[in-house]
Design a protein around this ligand. Structure first.
Ligand code: NAD
Length: 254
């Protein structure tokens, strides 16, 4: 099936973003994969060579407001209409509050929260002119519950969840839906870098499904939220894709 318009995926050269780009291309979408990592972009370009005419790779830092404004303007002009935006660009850290510097805290907010805001605002401006679209933010279970060491990361993701609700309300009249997914532990380069063997064991004990998810399992939920034919009345929601982590109570037999 071929679909009208483009979907932008930030952080589209790695992990959840890359899995989503592949999923969308297989589903007939044309995609703009925006990422800051030059090597990751080159590797993703190679991996998706079969779709070379359907995917445009761009090097953009989502925390650079001026760069985002001019990139979105250029994409709308060259590839419009823009029908979807997925904010998967993000950084993480697990640092105790006493050791978290203001500089680290601001950096995480700047990319995960402010970066998602700026590109959402700019893409929504374009969508408003062309009949609407769907925005999906990637939050985290760390934005839903309090886990150790996530003062900055969890606050950024909690902010993403609340921003999702507010943008959903503000943009509804323009036919723009805004939703989020909150992943639990997902097998991506970020998780591989951040999770020690002890951390992995902790997750496996606390997740009712007792395992990490593959990035494609998150991509499926995002694709649902992007698809007007499947989720046309869903807006302002956060879907946890977490194997039951955020709803679980006691997990050991009494
Ligand atoms: P990843 O590191 O594999 O991918 C993230 C991508 O974002 C990278 O390609 C990186 O280059 C890009 N990026 C980072 N800073 C950027 C910037 N300033 N501008 C543009 N691109 C930038 O990580 P992932 O696990 O796929 O994470 C994707 C999203 O999912 C993140 O928002 C992360 O917080 C969230 N998440 C991941 C997990 C997990 O377990 N992996 C769990 C919950 C939430």
């Amino acid at each position: 099936m071929s679909r009208e318009g483009r979907v932008i995926v930030t952080g589209g050269a790695s992990g959840i973003g890359l899995a989503l780009v592949e999923n969308l291309l297989n589903d007939g979408w044309q995609v703009i994969a925006a990422d800051i990592g030059e090597q990751a972009i080159e590797a993703a370009r190679g991996q998706l060579a079969a779709f070379a005419d359907k995917v445009h790779f761009a090097r953009v830092d989502v925390s650079d407001e001026a760069a985002v404004i001019s990139a979105v303007e250029a994409w709308a002009e060259e590839f419009g209409p823009l029908r979807g935006l997925v904010n998967s660009a993000g950084i993480g850290a697990v640092t105790p509050a006493f050791e978290t510097t203001v500089e680290q805290f601001r950096r995480i907010l700047d990319i995960n929260l402010v970066g998602s805001f700026v590109i959402s605002r700019e893409v929504a401006r374009a969508m408003k002119q062309t009949g609407g679209g769907s925005i999906v933010n990637i939050a985290s279970v760390s934005g839903l519950v309090g886990s150790l060491g996530r003062t900055a990361y969890g606050s950024s993701k909690g902010g993403v969840i609340q921003m999702t609700r507010i943008l959903a309300v503000e943009f509804a009249e323009y036919g723009i839906r805004v939703n989020a997914v909150a992943p639990g532990p997902i097998e991506t380069p970020m998780a591989k870098a951040m999770h020690s063997a002890v951390v992995r064991k902790n997750w496996e004990e606390r997740v009712p499904m007792r395992r990490y998810a593959e990035p494609q399992e998150v991509a499926g939920a995002i694709a649902f939220l992007l698809d007007e034919a499947k989720s046309s009345y869903v807006t302002g929601q956060t879907i946890a894709v977490d194997g039951g982590f955020s709803i679980a109570g006691l997990l050991q037999p009494e």
